[in-house]
Design a protein around this ligand. Structure first.
Ligand code: SAH
Length: 414
């Protein structure tokens, strides 16, 4: 239930209750896909307590104001007996000034501050590591969720662009065979606040260098569309061009192909870009590489993508990872061009980033290889000649710091 839906209610309790609900949106875990405990590693995940971010010991944290829109903070202020502009001040402290302690919000009245302190919080991800790539084009941020695991975000520099690649989940339930995040199984959905907080942290780093984050891609850890409500709330915050935020046109959500999520996103009025990790051109291979394809095969996925363009007017990007001897044949290139022919889209080829296996693990991380540069060029040439669409090659940044696509997972190697 959205806060504004009940903000006209006359009971302050009811209002604050709704703010609570709004800030603690429930996690939408993987049961829908693989059954009640069918996460990739077979464990039931940490959302068993029913909240998006219950504490590690199973308690429930107070509502997190970092996950609320400015409008919702104003409504909260009113519900707590303050004028609406107090909500705007709160917004400014949290999002524009990056202050997470109510006690430091010096222009708020003491009574309001103590109300906030006793019933609410402003969360902050604990940053445990930051690594800069040798060539300076990628910076990887590692955040710890105590008792749960780590998530990563990467700031990628390319010309004037500063792209924040953000995570949506700790781990991922989809078990794509080639992806490092898939190896850790699903741990937890991030809250809206935790998604936004990654942006704020990267934004702070950029602003210390007189730069700004210009783009957001939801291409870090996790499947964003399986954490739909929290994702959308975070997008609603980031798509308001205000303070550090950047507007929906410069935000892209990437999905492994969770079709119901694509359909929902088409229904919503966010107008963010959509990227689809296609990665294979036959259902047989795609189902092996990406088990989600067994439930939502290529034809359904392409239909949902076409519908997204029709409804939202945003060209879809197909991501295609080139794995030597697996997805990089001439025939694959032709099929890729043919499959995506109708439709308004862009094709982005990503040469596979090899994963460093955990020492002695003998894990399948070793099985996939990056094709040679010649093979990549040839593949691109075939697609480009045959396809009416723009074909780009992604030069993954940050391979030396394991920050490139699909490399976002370190715990195994610790
Ligand atoms: N779950 C979403 C968001 C993650 S995006 C999705 O699948 O789209 C991560 C992107 O990196 C996806 O396009 C994925 O196919 C790609 N990828 C995963 N592992 C990779 C690797 N080792 N090398 C290159 N790309 C990889």
């Amino acid at each position: 239930m959205r806060l504004e839906a009940v903000a006209t209610g006359d009971s302050a309790d009811r209002g604050v209750g709704s703010a609570r609900e709004s800030a603690d949106r429930k996690a939408g875990p993987a049961e829908e896909l693989y059954g009640p405990d069918g996460t990739a590693d077979g464990t039931a995940d940490g959302t068993a307590d029913g909240t998006a971010d219950g504490t590690a010991d199973g308690g429930v944290d107070p509502p997190d104001l970092k996950g609320l829109l400015e409008q919702e903070l104003q409504e909260l202020a009113i519900e707590l007996g303050e004028p609406a502009y107090r909500g705007r001040q709160l917004y400014s402290w949290i999002h524009e000034r990056g202050v997470d302690e109510f006690s430091a919000m010096t222009d708020l009245p003491a009574r309001f501050r103590s109300q906030l302190t006793s019933g609410f919080r402003v969360s902050k991800l604990r940053q445990t590591e930051r690594r800069e790539s040798a060539e300076g084009t990628a910076v990887k941020f590692l955040f710890e969720l105590p008792g749960i695991g780590h998530v990563e975000a990467v700031l990628i520099s390319d010309g004037d662009r500063r792209t924040a690649c953000l995570s949506s989940q700790v781990g991922c339930p989809l078990d794509c065979q080639f992806c490092a995040t898939g190896k850790m199984g699903f741990r937890r959905n991030l809250t809206a606040a935790q998604i936004v907080d990654q942006f704020l942290e990267l934004g702070r780093y950029a602003s210390e260098r007189q730069e700004r984050v210009t783009n957001v891609v939801m291409m870090g850890m996790g499947e964003p569309l399986l954490n739909y409500d929290n994702l959308v709330q975070a997008l609603r915050i980031m798509r308001v061009e205000k303070g550090p935020y950047i507007g929906g046109r410069r935000i892209t959500v990437s999905t492994a192909g969770y079709v119901p999520g694509i359909r929902r996103l088409a229904d919503d009025d966010l107008n963010v870009g959509l990227a689809i990790s296609l990665n294979a051109t036959t259902d047989e291979l795609r189902s092996q590489l990406m088990p989600i394809n067994r439930k939502y095969p290529i034809a359904e996925l392409l239909a949902a993508a076409a519908d997204y363009f029709r409804r939202r007017g945003r060209r879809v990007t197909y991501e295609y990872v080139l794995m030597a001897g697996v997805t990089d044949s001439d025939e694959d290139a032709r099929r890729l061009a043919d499959l995506t022919r109708d439709g308004v889209c862009k094709i982005n080829l990503i040469p596979y980033n090899e994963l460093t296996p955990a020492p002695g693990s003998g894990s399948p991380e070793e099985y996939f290889r990056r094709p040679s540069d010649e093979r990549v060029d040839k593949f691109r040439e075939i697609v480009a000649l045959r396809s009416p669409h723009t074909v780009t090659l992604r030069l993954s940044r940050g391979r030396d710091i394991d920050a490139a696509c699909g490399q976002l997972y370190r715990e195994l190697r610790r």
